[in-house]
Write a protein that binds this ligand. Sequence first.
Ligand code: K2U
Ligand code: ZN
Length: 172
Amino acid sequence: MSKREIIKIGHPTLSQKAEPINNINQEIVDLAKDMVETMHQAPGIGLAAPQVNVSRRLITVDLSVGEKKDELIVMINPEILEEEGEMIGEEGCLSVPGIYEKVLRPARIVVRGYNLDEQEIIIEARDLLARVLYHEIDHLNGKLFIDRLSPLKRRLLKNRLKKEMAKSEGKG
Ligand code: K2U
Ligand code: ZN
């Protein structure tokens, strides 16, 4: 298991549609383990494979940030089956350093995917879990949370983002 570099906004992989996974082999198992370690160490409560520069449909979510083993979700080829209602909440992203904004998302979703044992998993989620799952599935479709903000808000963010990127690059 090893921590991987998290790529930042502007990297082309973050705006690509990730490829489905048709064979859960050792490479995919190793990637998932590395993503969990990378997510916990960031620290983060979610991570998508494109964020570690791998354009495959794999996400990890852990609202406990490693504190509760049974809260860890590893999902292959996740798809949203149902969406219901609306909620607004603040989001951040490990690939968009220093930016935190309110985002409108569905209040309840049902997601289907597969775990590393190739078993189908279906999750009905609300509140923060629904938000993080949707945020990570957006990454698989080349979408960042700031893409869901108004054009005016995105324009106002541009300068802040430049400063934050310079800061985060300065950290090495
Ligand atoms: O995709 C990511 O970079 C993961 C985000 C997950 C997230 C999505 C929506 C709303 C909040 C977070 C990162 O975990 S952001 C860092 C963070 C860490 C702990 C708690 C909240 C945010
Ligand atoms: Zn993100």
